[in-house]
Design a protein around this ligand. Sequence first.
Ligand code: AMP
Length: 411
Amino acid sequence: MKFQAPIGMKDLTKESKLYRKLEDDFFSILTQESFTEIRTPILEDKKLYSRSVGESSDIVSKEMFETLDGLVLRPENTASVMRAFVNDSELCPRLAYFAPQFRKERPQKGRLRQFYQYGFEIIGDASPQAEIDSLLIIQKLYQKWGLTNYEIQVNFLGKKIDRENYINKLRTYLESCKEKLSNLSKERLEKNILRILDSKEESDQDIIKNAPIILDSLSEESKKQWQKILDLSSLLNIKLVINPLLVRGLDYYTGMVFEVVDTSGLLGSQKALGGGGRYDGLSKELGGQDLSAFGFAGGVERLIIATNLDNDKDQMKKIGFVTTEKSILNTLFALKKQTKDIIIDINVDTTIGFKKMFKRANKNNCEKVVIIGSDELANNTFKLKNMITGEEKICNYSYKEIVIKKLMDEE
Ligand code: AMP
């Protein structure tokens, strides 16, 4: 019986080199910015997420992989990082991770059930410096990865009291046009009213367009904080696009929230490259001190699609050697050792025959294949097959005289 990888999950083979590179790039920038890596367990107590992300969030209400004993596969990393920090306040307050997360969503392009996130948290910093530092780090990362087609959308959710005031206004407004709302939004009116603002349903759009916005419900203090962030970012040339409908789905956000949105169109409907915000109440909610915090998480798979980074995975040229003659192996391996910039793929097998070895070389994306059987060996010749054009020719010299680079350039 043959088994497939679970739905929405992938074996990473060719891509793993790219993941390693992205992880190295990520930590090289993050350590320059005084972050320390953290690796948290893949399983966590389910209650950790109901207390932080929120009972009514999509993640907790329908997307968690649950085990029998109250544990779940980690759907995001912020709550785990904060849990770890609450338990050990000696930890570095700037923590970064590059790790798989799990959500039981309907898979599609850019949406998987196991996906990787690169993310970081700045704990204990209530000043707008945390917001600005984070935005600068994100710009640095994307510059390193050659990502240019994106915008940073921001909104400000204020303090809990600002949000409560806003929710009251929003509720009054939405109740007044309840009949026209989509069924999903009608449901959210009871459970998670802010999420109505990111509804994609056609019938909700006009209603949302005219809804009150949170920026009008902020206290004077919150407005000042928001203005400070905007002033600092404009001073530093960080371009922000204000999106009053951006609420992010999770309960723990306060203050600024933001999303990095792909503008290349390569991601289809899953445009969010990453997101984050301020979550000042989370430490206390998880039994720790009343600490401020700010964080960000980006999705690796969406980054790869948006940057086309996987396109250069086969840029190193490859040549295959297919032979039944074990006596020539030493020479071939010596050749392999000397050759840089071109991959030499040696297939030697006296049992499976040329055809199968040939297939293997083809599967390995060899551009050309050198064939040496007993006749060629006796005549001091070899065959050269161009796997792209399908042409095959006889080269009238010994395999010992092969110069790989010349062979690759030959027509
Ligand atoms: P979130 O905290 O849900 O906004 O997730 C942060 C980022 O992780 C998103 O902007 C995506 O880039 C990525 N992400 C979230 N869910 C998935 C998923 N199911 N598949 C792939 N990437 C995801």
